[in-house]
Design a protein around this ligand. Sequence first.
Ligand SMILES: Nc1ncnc2c1ncn2[C@@H]1O[C@H](COP(=O)(O)OP(=O)(O)O)[C@@H](O)[C@H]1O
Ligand SMILES: [Mg+2]
Length: 258
Amino acid sequence: MILLKKVSFRYRDSLVLKNCSLRFEMDEMHIIIGPTAAGKTTLALIVANLLKPRSGRIIIPRGNIKDVRKEMGFLFQTPEDLFFNDTVYEEIAYGAKKHHLKHIDGLVSRVLEMVGLNDEILSRPPFTLSEGEKRLVALASIIIWEPSWLILDEPFSGLDWQARKKIVKTIVNLKDNMGIILIAHQMDDIIEYVDLVTLIVDGEIVFTKPSEDVDWDVVFNAGCDIPYATLVSKKLRENGINVPIEYTVPRLIQALKK
Ligand SMILES: Nc1ncnc2c1ncn2[C@@H]1O[C@H](COP(=O)(O)OP(=O)(O)O)[C@@H](O)[C@H]1O
Ligand SMILES: [Mg+2]
C-alpha cells in the first residue's frame, strides 16, 4: 500500500498540488484522470519518490521509502526520449543489468513476448522504431526487472489502436503481480479493467471512486475525456432510448440486451 497524506507541492511560486490524500493498493488498478496541467504527472513523480513533497507525507507501511523507490517502475510520458543504447536488445537488457539479474537473454525474450513484439526487432537501433514499438520497448525495459509498482504516465498518448491494445494486454497480464497506477486521458482501452478512478483538478483531488460509481458528468464538466461507451449511452438517452449511463462497451451491450 502507498498512502499520501495531505501532500502539497509547488514549483517556485505556483502551488501545483494542494493537500492531496490518496491510497493505492497493490491489488487495485488505479487510474488518475484530470485536465491538462491538473498536476497528474507531478503527483505520479511524488508517488514514485522522484520528487519530494513540500508538505505532507507518503507512508508505505512495512518498508522504507528509499527501498521502495527501487521497486517503482515509471513509464514516462515520452519514454522514447530516454533511449540511449544502440540496439533494442541493449535497451531492454539495461534494466535487467542494472538490477543485477541473471539469464538476461531469457528475460529479454520473455518480456518481448509479453509486450507483443518479435525477436527481429532486437538488433534494430531504437530510433528506427515506430512510436508504438518505442513505447512497447520502453515498457519491456521496465517490466524486465519486475518492479512491485508500475506507474504509467499517459501510456496510450499518440499511439495507434494496435499498440494501445498491446499495452493494455501487457498491463492486464501484469496486474496480479504488481500494483498499477495509471495516468491517462484516453481510457477507453483500459477502463473496463480499472478498479478505482481519481479525478484531480487544479492540484486538488475531487474524488476517488470505484469505476462503476463515477459520475461521468462531473468528469466531463471538469474538462476531461470520458469513456466512449458513456458518450454513446448519453446519445442513446438523448434519442429516447432509455439505457443507464454505462462506462464500458460490454456493460452497455448488457444494458441494451435487458
Ligand atoms: N518543472 C516545472 N517547473 C515549473 N512548473 C512546472 C514544472 N512542471 C510542471 N509545471 C507546472 O505544474 C502544473 C502541473 O503540471 P503537471 O503535473 O505536468 O500536470 P498534468 O500532468 O496534469 O498535465 C502545470 O501548470 C505545469 O505548467
Ligand atoms: Mg502529465
